[in-house]
Design a protein around this ligand. Sequence first.
Ligand code: ZN
Length: 145
Amino acid sequence: MSDNVIIACPHCGGLNRAPRARLGAGEAPDCGRCHAPLFDGRPTELSSADAFDRLVGKTEIPVVVDFWAGWCGPCRAMAPEFAAAARDLEPAVRLAKLDTEAAPEIAQRYNIRGIPTMILFGNGREIKRQSGAIGRSAIVAFARA
Ligand code: ZN
């Protein structure tokens, strides 16, 4: 395993090299390009295919993406649980939310049939998925397993 991991900035998309040991210690550097924190304890909002591909495809730590939509009641109910899980999991795991209305081609690419659906990605590839709204501790367990 390399001592460094590439992390795509959730704000500007810039690629950052971060020491794995610092992430393990719960520390994360600021983005070298836009100087915003690489992790701020909030899920990254993704509303385009480009933003999705940049974040999920260029991040070498695990990424959990919540596929959701504004009209979906269970998705809205799960949102605060997902946000709380982001505080628990960062910076070891990146949490992101994909708006399936804004980027339907991504939902189609992953054959999303019902929302909310969460997919755990490793180096841009799907590792596993779970459908239906779940609580904070179940989200954390899903991301770590
Ligand atoms: Zn940045």
